[in-house]
Design a protein around this ligand. Structure first.
Ligand SMILES: [Fe+2]
Length: 365
């Protein structure tokens, strides 16, 4: 079977003022966002607001999410609007389904999700793609790893891209979030579940981001038009991985993020080249050749090596040991991936065994 779908209506606009007018925000809406994004617009909106950053910084745990769900239950609302980075959008998805108890029950498949509110998602980074996916990711208390909960009830009705919200994005967040989008595009391109159509979205995102990085390496300035094109590329990458899935890189990055609180884009960056190197050495069919052809078409005969060089220079990778990670942790990470990340490892281009994962982690120490 070869199927492909895009659920949310996607709207791309320039300003937040246009958004407020277009979607007629009212007292029956619940907005989940962050102070830095929304504070200057508060006077223009008449809706319930929860600030995700009032409940701790960093990646959200199931305890924090449950606290937010508890606060939301005190409001009367029939539409959820999530405006923020990946974690805000992922929590907003949970506010749009029936949840009276512990959200961890969804992540461990112990509770069926039932959608009871409409949902609008607005990204404020150019990475997550969460606005077009049916996945919510959270660090589940007691599990020491982030887990994904994928269900069609988590699809937004509307995904809205607003250029203005990204113009003040700090450089490092811009780079790490766009690298996450690039990993989404690459993993979905190489996934066994990829289709001709999903690869079209993957390839477009890969080209946009890599060409943007090449320009950034030559001229250090992040222009508004680059931000706009990366916002679209991240959305395309989200559409691609919503259909074909992410794979081994995300699977191996999650224990680093969950256990050592390394931001998601940074954790992916750790594994990106190492896993691609493994795939290159163990390539099983012509899909990896199709992947390298993308770069040969862009940059010439050794385009793939040039692409690797761009990734190595756009953000410098820090040795894992500098986060406090040890050889013993590498063994534990590989075990966690094998035990809890089958949703992702099943999309790996080539299966990587537990002992091979340990070697990959150790090579990054
Ligand atoms: Fe990601």
């Amino acid at each position: 079977m070869n199927s492909f779908k895009i659920i949310p209506v996607i709207t791309h606009i320039e300003t937040f003022a246009e958004f407020i007018k277009l979607f007629e925000l009212s007292g029956s809406d619940l907005l989940l966002s962050e102070h830095a994004v929304i504070d200057k617009h508060i006077g223009d909106m008449d809706c319930h607001i929860i600030f995700r950053d009032d409940y701790g910084i960093g990646e959200p745990t199931s305890t924090i999410i449950n606290e937010i769900i508890g606060i939301a239950s005190g409001y009367n609302y029939n539409r959820v609007i999530g405006i923020g980075g990946g974690s805000v959008l992922d929590i907003a998805k949970l506010l749009a389904i029936e949840c009276n108890g512990d959200c961890a029950l969804f992540f461990t498949n112990k509770l069926e999700a039932i959608r009871n509110r409409s949902l609008i998602l607005v990204p404020t980074t150019c990475g997550t793609g969460s606005e077009v996916t049916n996945i919510s990711i959270a660090a589940i208390e007691g599990k020491n790893v982030k887990i994904g909960f994928a269900h069609d009830s988590l699809y937004a009705d509307n995904a809205v891209l607003i250029n203005e919200l990204l113009y003040s994005l700090p450089r490092r967040i811009f780079l790490l979030s766009s690298l996450d989008a690039l990993v989404h595009a690459v993993e979905s391109f190489l996934s066994p579940k990829a289709t001709t159509i999903s690869r079209m979205f993957s390839e477009n995102a890969i080209k946009t981001i890599v060409l943007g990085y090449e320009r950034l390496l030559a001229d250090n300035t992040i222009q508004d038009e680059l931000i706009e094109s990366f916002l679209t590329a991240a959305n395309y990458a989200g559409i691609a991985f919503s259909n074909a899935g992410c794979g081994q890189i995300h699977a191996m990055a999650y224990p680093i993020g969950g256990d050592f609180h390394v931001p998601h884009g940074e954790a992916n960056h750790q594994l990106f080249i190492a896993v691609l190197d493994y795939y290159r050495m163990h390539s099983i069919d012509n899909v990896f050749k199709q992947f390298t052809d993308i770069f040969d078409c862009l940059f010439g005969r050794t385009g793939y090596d040039y692409f690797i060089n761009i990734i190595e220079h756009i953000i410098k990778r820090k040795p894992l040991s500098l986060y406090g990670i040890t050889a013993k942790d590498c063994e534990r990470f590989a075990y966690i991936v094998k035990e809890s990340q089958q949703r992702l490892t099943s999309n790996a281009y080539v299966n990587i065994s537990e002992s091979e994962m340990i070697e990959i982690y150790k090579s990054l120490l």
